[in-house]
Design a protein around this ligand. Sequence first.
Ligand code: HEM
Length: 386
Amino acid sequence: MLLDTYDLTDPGFWARDDAYPILDEIRREGAVQRHESAAEGPLWAVLTHREALAVLGDAGSFSSLGGSLLGTGHGPPAGSGRMMALSDPPRHRAYREPVVPFFSARRAAVLEERVRELTERVVERLLVHEKIDFVRDVGAVVPLTVMCDLMGIPDDDRDEIVDMCDQAFLGRNPAERRAAHQRLLPYLLQLAMERREEPGDDIISALATRLELDEVVLNCDNIIVGGIQTVRHTAAMAMLELIRHPDAWRELGEKADPGLATDELLRWTSVGLHVLRTATTDVELAGQRIRAGDRVVVWTPGANRDAAVFEEPHRLDLARRPNRHIAFGWGEHYCIGGPLARTELRVLFTTLSTLVAEVEPLGAFEYNQSIINFGLDSFPVRLHRR
Ligand code: HEM
């Protein structure tokens, strides 16, 4: 079996030029396969769209309590059962429902003007520089600012929060990243205590008036973590692909429907490479007998390049329709920030294609070492004005 040779949990696999042809061959050997990962031990790999929906759509048989991502060790992770991503129904709804109104498609439409104004400001500012890093300078500034708006972070604290979040994600080493994260949590706790007394129209207040304080902090952290790295890496990986596909970059500036184009870039990049679940009961999936307690990994690129669902899956088709990708997951835990992320990315690529004639890569880029948010460590480029 090819999964004896190739380890999907090794980020190096996804950096290979031939990762997708190999993935196709692996998928041909079975929709669901036993996989012995060097780092993670025995896992089930789910590689097809149909089986991915079967797992993600059945939170009763496939639990999130044991973790929703690999790489956090064995056994229930910290926060298990007390935050949105790491809980099962019915408790899950207590964490999700209070914040649903902040992430509705209607709210995203209202936020669009603000996102556009911020994005244009960022791109205009970067156009005067000879060299920028697309990962640091472009993709996260707007999501972070919008997040501060939604959380009701006071204006005076914003620079510090932006700095903390940047350090927490892009700090030079794990200790620096951990230290920044440790500064963020007490800050959120302080705000949660204040908002409990004097609630406003923001996410922290919505949670603080309904949940225990530690749950408020965990869930705010979940939303911040969920909302920043994903958008940043999708933006950078999508830009890299548009440089590799000059026809698509031209199409984006001329006739592409920005909404369809954004979904195709989400499918194509699939930066959230996997979603983890733990079986709660013995269950059969694509002819395999999965036992209660087994860990099951849905490989997003496997589903998103599945020829049974996507015609010519290895063609970047900015007009693809329908596009039933699962870059935002599926089912109970479907990404709550999906409408907002779509808006942020759509506005970013519309703005870039309007203001920028060419994005010129400057030197080498490196893939990061993450199967949680697969992307680039840095991506030096110069933006040339249109
Ligand atoms: C391109 C951007 C994004 C991608 C690719 C992405 C991907 C995902 C995926 C695959 C899931 C499902 C996880 C699971 O089933 O266990 C998810 C859930 C989640 N995402 Fe996103 N996400 C993005 C943007 C955002 C944004 C902008 C926010 C918030 C502002 C956000 C917050 C969350 C939260 C809180 C969850 C947990 C939902 C739940 O458990 O009910 N994400 N995301």
